[in-house]
Design a protein around this ligand. Structure first.
Ligand code: ADP
Ligand code: MG
Length: 315
C-alpha cells in the first residue's frame, strides 16, 4: 500500500463513517468546527491525552488503542452528568502506516457509534511518539452538573460497579498487548456510564469517574467537598474477593472508569432503580461521608485498614 498524504489520511480515516449530529453546522474539513448549542443547555468540555507506553502499550492493535482513548475521554462526560455532543481528535504519529491508520479508524468509528459521539474535527501531526488527544463535549441542562465539591456529611457513598479488573489484567496486557477478550475488556473497552451519569444529575451530590485508583480519587471528592469519605471494605464491589492477596490492588490500582458518587440517603431507592434501569447490577452503597475534612478511610468492621499507596500519579 502506498503512503497517504496528510490530507488523504484525514479524508479516509476521519471525514466519514462517524455518528451524525443535528447541532453540527460545520465539521471535519474547515478551519473550525461549528455547533449550535440548543437552549437552555450548558456545554461541558474535557480533554484527555494518551501517550504510547505510558497509557497503553505502543504495540497494541490500533483499533484497541482507539477504543481505550475514546472511552477514557468520554468517561468524563458521564462523571459530569453530560449528554454526549461530539469530540475532537489530535493525533501525533511516528509514521503514516496506512494499515495501522485504517485499523485505528475502524476502532474509532465503532467506539464513536457505541457512545453516540460524532467526530467534529482534529489535528494530525508527525512526531517521535504516538500521542492521542481526545477532547469531548456534551450538554447539561442549564445550571445542573455533577461536581466533586457537593458531598455533605451524612451522605451515602456509591460506586457504579466493581473496581480492580483493569489493574489486575494490566500485566497480561503488557505481556501480550493483542489479547482482546473478556478479561482484557475492562482495559481496552472500559464501560462508560453515560446514561447513568445523566440520571444521577438529579440524585447525586458529588461525582467523579475513577481513573487513578478508588482511594486516591476519593481524596479529590473529600478535599473538594471539605468532607471525609469513610468506606466499608466489605461493601466495595471488587474484581476479586476480600480474601484474595490482590484485593487491596483493586482499591488503589488504576482505571476502571466506574463512577464514584455521593447522595443523600433519601435518594437511595431512586439510585437503585436508576442503576437497575442501566443494567448496573453491581452498583453499591460503599460508605458514608463524614465531617473529617479531606480524610479517606477504609474500615473492615471496627478495624481501620492501611494501604501502602493510594493510586497512580504521573509525577
Ligand atoms: P488547519 O491547518 O486549518 O488547522 P488541518 O489542515 O490541520 O486544518 O485539518 C484540516 C481539517 O481536517 C480540519 O477540519 C480538521 O479539523 C480536520 N482534521 C485534521 N486531523 C484530524 C483528525 N485526526 N481527526 C479529525 N479531524 C481532523
Ligand atoms: Mg486553519
Amino acid at each position: 500500500m502506498s503512503r497517504p498524504s496528510e490530507f488523504d489520511l484525514i479524508r479516509d480515516c476521519f471525514a466519514s463513517g462517524y455518528p451524525l449530529a443535528d447541532d453540527l453546522i460545520t465539521g471535519v474539513g474547515d478551519d473550525c468546527s461549528v455547533i449550535r448549542p440548543p437552549f437552555p443547555y450548558d456545554l461541558a468540555q474535557s480533554i484527555d491525552t494518551q501517550v504510547a507506553d505510558v497509557h497503553f502499550p505502543a504495540s497494541a492493535p490500533a483499533h484497541l488503542i482507539a477504543s481505550r482513548a475514546l472511552r477514557c475521554a468520554a468517561s468524563d462526560l458521564a462523571a459530569m452528568g453530560a449528554r454526549p455532543q461530539g469530540f475532537h481528535l489530535a493525533l501525533t504519529l511516528p509514521d503514516n502506516d496506512p494499515s495501522w491508520l485504517g485499523d485505528f479508524a475502524d476502532g474509532l468509528r465503532r467506539t464513536a457509534a457505541q457512545l453516540g459521539l460524532p467526530l467534529l474535527g482534529g489535528d494530525t501531526t508527525r512526531g517521535t511518539q504516538l500521542v492521542i488527544t481526545v477532547a469531548v463535549q456534551g450538554y447539561l441542562p442549564q445550571g445542573q452538573r455533577l461536581e466533586r465539591s457537593g458531598a455533605q456529611a451524612g451522605d451515602d457513598i456509591w460506586l457504579s460497579g466493581p473496581v480492580g479488573a483493569a489493574a489486575l489484567i494490566l500485566p497480561t496486557v503488557l505481556a501480550a498487548p493483542a489479547t482482546d477478550n473478556q478479561a482484557t475488556a475492562p482495559y481496552y473497552h472500559p464501560s462508560v456510564h453515560l446514561g447513568f451519569g445523566q440520571k444521577l444529575l438529579s440524585l447525586a451530590s458529588a461525582a467523579m469517574d475513577i481513573s487513578d485508583g478508588l482511594l486516591q480519587d476519593a481524596g479529590h471528592i473529600a478535599r473538594a467537598s471539605d468532607t471525609g469519605l469513610s468506606f466499608d471494605a466489605c461493601s466495595i464491589p471488587t474484581a476479586v474477593s476480600r480474601e484474595h492477596p490482590r484485593w487491596s490492588d483493586c482499591l488503589t490500582g488504576g482505571d476502571d472508569y466506574q463512577i464514584l458518587f455521593t447522595a443523600s440517603p433519601e435518594n437511595a431507592s431512586a439510585i437503585e432503580a436508576a442503576a437497575m434501569a442501566e443494567s448496573l447490577s453491581q452498583c453499591r452503597r460503599v460508605g458514608r461521608v463524614t465531617a473529617e475534612s479531606g480524610k479517606v478511610s477504609v474500615w473492615d468492621g471496627a478495624q481501620l485498614l492501611n494501604f501502602q499507596t493510594q493510586g497512580y500519579e504521573h509525577f
